[in-house]
Design a protein around this ligand. Sequence first.
Ligand code: 5GP
Ligand code: MG
Length: 169
Amino acid sequence: MATVRSLISAEQIATRLVALAGDIQQCYGEQTFTLLCVLKGSFIFAADLIRQLPTRVEIQFVTASSYVGTQSSGHVHCDAWDATALRGKHVLIVEDIVDTGTTLRHLQQQLQPVGVASLKVAALLTRTQATAPAPDFSGFALGDEFVVGYGLDLDQKYRSLPYIGVVEP
Ligand code: 5GP
Ligand code: MG
């Protein structure tokens, strides 16, 4: 495997997550809410985040994909899932990266007819160039580098890296 230059260390991620979880808790107060983990890229972020949150917090999963290699196909595909399970719930979408926002818009469209109680977004990374609406909770800003690690892949590899970085040519 090629080497990966670290951009955000495991320690930086861990520290930021504590603050992010604090902001999320403050926002929801005593309310029960449901994390909607967008697979596959968000699985480590969601697992670390939920362990910083109260035990009443629920979690659901949806598998969405739009990337082939380092390019977005511009077309989002969701594997079969039961959005109606979220009816009446306070839903917090947990995304690895908000880039063009295509994935988020697609999920928001799927959730609209379901009738969720509220819908917010937590993203580990947000591109500074993103044309999408800013997430309600954002971990780190990111330039236009294509990153891997901490759940994020390049053609399904590198997800196990404990930090976030750029694959060196
Ligand atoms: P959007 O739909 O907002 O354009 O793209 C969001 C999705 O594209 C993310 O959830 C992520 O799966 C993928 N993506 C965007 N940028 C990157 C990147 O730098 N690295 C990886 N591994 N995936 C990315
Ligand atoms: Mg994603």
